[in-house]
Design a protein around this ligand. Structure first.
Ligand code: SAH
Ligand code: SF4
Ligand code: F3S
Length: 495
């Protein structure tokens, strides 16, 4: 069956799932409520919007309260061991409460479900989980939902490769004003520490026309900011019938009327092209922010990680991009404790951090992933050594970030307001550089771009005052510290 027919078949299943949800409501005595929780990266977050879209179309209502849900679905991550443990911990809690919800459907999907050992564990130790599917089955969620609603036995459906992309199905966006858009799925890079290529499969790029049609549709629906998503967006276009490059795609996305900001994630240093750097300098809608994971500052380790670039190449890219877009905000990912990391290798990472001057970094302790080459390397770093290095790494990143963040003090910027702040009379948004800013405002500002002066740098975020159309009179300096560590943690859980 070709992809289009498969998707049409799923639309028929959605209709059937609707009927099954009516019967489910009768059994429950109330309209069924669903709760979807995302673990992991933006890719998973976008997948969850698709899962929620299908659930809402099938007649479920969304709830933020897991305890009152009649269907609980965890969209799992397995990039590091703590991601796995988090899911098992939550399942343990859910299992403990199951007597209160005899009819509840508990589902698991996402990356961890592509691991056979995890599926075995769920089969044996978590009998109350009655729906399990993997990353390659997302397109078939209407059918799987129908089966979970109608079949007495547990539903397990895990495919091993992508046959149909999960497109053209309903989507329920978390935010009205911004949206992720998948431009490619999977990864072909096989960094030796990383499980993603095994659980997400081979790289598949979407046709540019399909991507643009989706973005036009989003713009017509009020979306102002787009985040193009892929594990390595710089290799976009491989395998398409007509040649396409990421830089070319970006330029076309920037032409879409109504879209005011374009971001992308993630870039691999080995594939970052000069064309992309030129596009970043020329296209006004392209935000001056580049997330460019370096992983390590040591050439020896970069080689063992199979990253296909060295320190000099990375520093050369930084120089080029800063020459083209001087105020660019640069962020990165760093791993400590990779097998064989010596004090000297770690010193190279610290010196690279100082040399580059990152605006922020996501820092990780190496986590052994069964099935990846690095898991079998003999010289694993003892936990206490890795932890001690991690603390030093964090200090270095924080010191650099605080120094960099202050560089915008006094400047006026456009802030896309994202949410109300816990501090009454304040809202929180982001500059084009992706810097978090708290400013006076109200919920009417959410989704609007407002002009503000960044008055007060606070390490990795700012307080600002509005400079135009400002109805608010609260003094931005008088309020308490309300950009909490929690918010910071929330951000570091992404990718
Ligand atoms: N495709 C993206 C990153 C995806 S995973 C890229 O290559 O840039 C996000 C980050 O998790 C990686 O950049 C890496 O820093 C970290 N990571 C991946 N596998 C890991 C592991 N086994 N242990 C610790 N950190 C890991
Ligand atoms: Fe993992 Fe990213 Fe490397 Fe792919 S490019 S293997 S997702 S770290
Ligand atoms: Fe995790 Fe899968 Fe993303 S393993 S980081 S959710 S691609």
């Amino acid at each position: 069956m070709v992809a289009k027919e498969m998707t049409e078949r799923q639309m028929e299943y959605l209709e059937k799932a609707r009927e099954a949800a009516v019967a489910f409501a009768e059994r429950l005595g109330h309209a069924p409520k669903s709760y979807v929780e995302t673990f992991g990266c933006q890719m998973n977050a976008r997948d969850s919007e698709k899962l929620r879209g299908i659930l809402l179309s099938a007649g479920f209502t969304d709830t933020e309260e897991e305890s009152e849900a009649d269907l609980v679905l965890y969209n799992t991550c397995t990039v590091r061991d703590n991601a796995d443990q988090h899911v098992y911990g939550r399942l343990g809690r859910l299992g403990g409460n199951r007597k209160n919800h005899p009819e509840r459907i508990v589902g698991l999907c996402g990356c961890l479900m592509q691991e056979p050992h995890a599926v075995e564990k769920i089969k044996k130790s978590y009998p109350f989980v009655n729906l399990v599917f993997g990353t390659h089955n997302l397109y078939a969620f209407p059918e799987l939902l129908f089966r979970a609603l109608t079949e007495p036995k547990r539903v397990f459906a895990i495919e091993t490769k992508t046959t149909v992309l999960p497109e053209s199905l309903p989507v329920a966006r978390k935010h009205g004003f911004k949206s992720g858009v998948n431009i490619m799925y999977g990864c072909d890079n096989f960094c030796t520490y990383c499980i993603v290529p095994y659980v997400r499969g081979r790289e598949v790029s979407r046709e540019p026309e399909d991507i643009l049609a989706e973005i036009e549709h989003l713009a017509a629906d009020g979306v102002k900011e787009i985040m193009l998503l892929g594990q390595n967006v710089n290799s976009y276009g491989k395998g398409l019938a007509l040649p396409a490059t990421f830089a070319g795609l970006l330029r076309r996305v920037c032409r879409v009327e109504g879209i005011e900001r374009v971001r992308f994630m993630t870039s691999h240093p080995k594939d970052l092209s000069d064309d992309l750097i030129i596009a970043m300098a020329e296209e006004e809608k392209l935000c001056p922010h580049l997330h460019l994971p370096v992983q390590s500052g040591s050439d020896r380790l970069l080689k063992k990680m199979n990253r296909h670039y060295d320190r000099a190449h990375y520093l050369g890219l930084v120089e080029k991009i800063r020459a083209a877009v001087p105020a660019i905000s640069l962020t990165t990912d760093i791993i400590v404790g990779f097998p064989g990391e010596t004090e000297e290798d770690f010193g190279d990472t610290l010196s690279l951090i100082r040399e580059v001057g990152f605006d922020s970094a996501f820092t990780f302790i190496y986590s052994k992933r069964t099935g990846t080459p690095a898991a079998g390397y003999p010289d694993q770093v003892p936990d206490e050594v890795a932890h001690a290095r991690f603390d030093r790494l964090l200090e270095a990143v924080k010191a650099g970030a605080e120094e960099r963040c202050g560089r915008f003090a006094g400047q006026e910027m456009d802030i896309l307001v994202e949410e109300e702040n816990r501090q009454q009379g304040y809202v929180t948004g982001r500059t084009p550089h992706n810097i978090v800013v708290h400013l006076p405002g109200s919920k009417e500002d959410i989704g609007q771009i407002v002009r503000a002066r960044l008055t007060d740098p606070r390490g990795f975020y700012y307080f600002a005052e509005r400079v135009m159309n400002s109805k608010c009179t609260v003094d931005s300096k008088s309020i308490a510290f309300c950009h909490s560590e929690e918010q910071r943690d929330e951000e570091s859980r992404q990718l």
